[in-house]
Design a protein around this ligand. Structure first.
Ligand SMILES: [Mg+2]
Length: 308
């Protein structure tokens, strides 16, 4: 697709991006993106930043993986809402040393968009001192899942196997090979179809695990004004990881959901090829406490940009 932009180095870069994305870039070239929402659905939107040195380290990831992760992290919030993606806006702040890698980054953004079966509706490119991405995602859902819907008596479920990302990071920081765990860290999956399936199965609250299982369950419990209890020995681990790490491992982009109904675990596993595990219960109305039976978790477990 050729886009009708005037001359200039910035616009040449934008043209090269849009060319690289091909049909995955849709309707680019106007001052704003336009899409027509499905009648009756709510629009679900979220924005997410990914900053070099904060969210990623170029020593551990290729430019393609960096682009992929930035967009996948943003899309994961749509998964948590049970929403179907309709498109993304991606703003790239590009430092000079990254300029020649821009198209590799673009490939990764394209990979993420393909994996989510969505499109790039627009974006922004600016010069900066460090590489960063700000990704806005738009989705739709008839009844979006929220964090605040959990009720006493609900079961707590988590899809997938936890711990891989935290352990991969620990190994990379220690200068060791992350081996089979590297893929979980470098190529996470936004559980979009899983999120919609769970919404259809009667889930009443959901969150994605970006800060760590316990930390994110605390957010969900606080939003729902309930207390939750989970059993450490129920949690399915990635091989080569331990439970203490898995409870706080961030950037997993798995979901944590609560449901008043029993969910058909086998049907889920058949549909998606990953386990769905009941890990605990919403025990009572409360103030957002999350108890873990069988493991010790720090009171402030999980990622927090502004904690000291
Ligand atoms: Mg989230």
């Amino acid at each position: 697709m050729t886009i009708p932009l005037g001359p200039g180095a910035e616009f040449d870069l934008i043209r090269s991006l849009v060319e690289r994305w091909g049909p995955r870039a849709r309707g680019i070239g106007d001052d704003a993106a336009v899409f027509r929402p499905t009648r009756g659905d709510s629009i679900v939107a979220s924005v997410d930043a990914s900053v070099e040195g904060r969210h990623f380290d170029s020593a551990w990831l290729s430019p393609r993986e960096i682009g992929y992760r930035a967009v996948t992290a943003a899309l994961s919030d749509l998964a948590a809402m049970g929403a179907r993606p309709r498109g993304i806006l991606v703003a790239i702040a590009l430092s000079e040393n990254w300029q020649h890698k821009l198209l590799n980054i673009a490939n990764g953004i394209g990979d993420a968009v393909d994996a989510a079966q969505t499109v790039i509706l627009g974006g922004n490119l600016s010069a900066a001192r460090e590489l960063s991405f700000t990704t806005t995602v738009f989705g739709e859902a008839f009844e979006p899942l929220r964090r605040s819907g959990a009720m006493p008596g609900d079961r707590v479920y988590v899809p997938g196997r936890l711990g891989g990302v935290g352990e991969a990071l620990r190994r990379l920081k220690a200068g060791e090979s992350a081996a089979h765990l590297r893929e979980r860290f470098a190529k996470p999956t936004a559980r979009l179809e899983e999120g919609r399936w769970l919404a259809g199965a009667g889930v009443n609250a959901a969150i994605d695990i970006s800060d760590g299982l316990v930390a994110d369950l605390r957010h969900l419990a606080a939003a729902s004004a309930v207390d939750i209890e989970i059993s450490a020995d129920r949690i399915v681990l990635m091989p080569g990881t331990d439970i203490e790490g898995a409870l706080v491992s961030g950037e997993e982009y798995e979901l944590a959901v609560t449901s008043p109904k029993t969910i058909d675990l086998r049907a889920f596993e058949t549909a998606f090829g990953i386990p769905l595990t009941e890990i605990g219960r919403v025990i009572a109305r409360g103030t957002g406490n999350v108890g873990v039976i069988g493991a010790r978790v720090a009171a402030r477990a999980g990622h927090d940009h502004f904690s000291r």
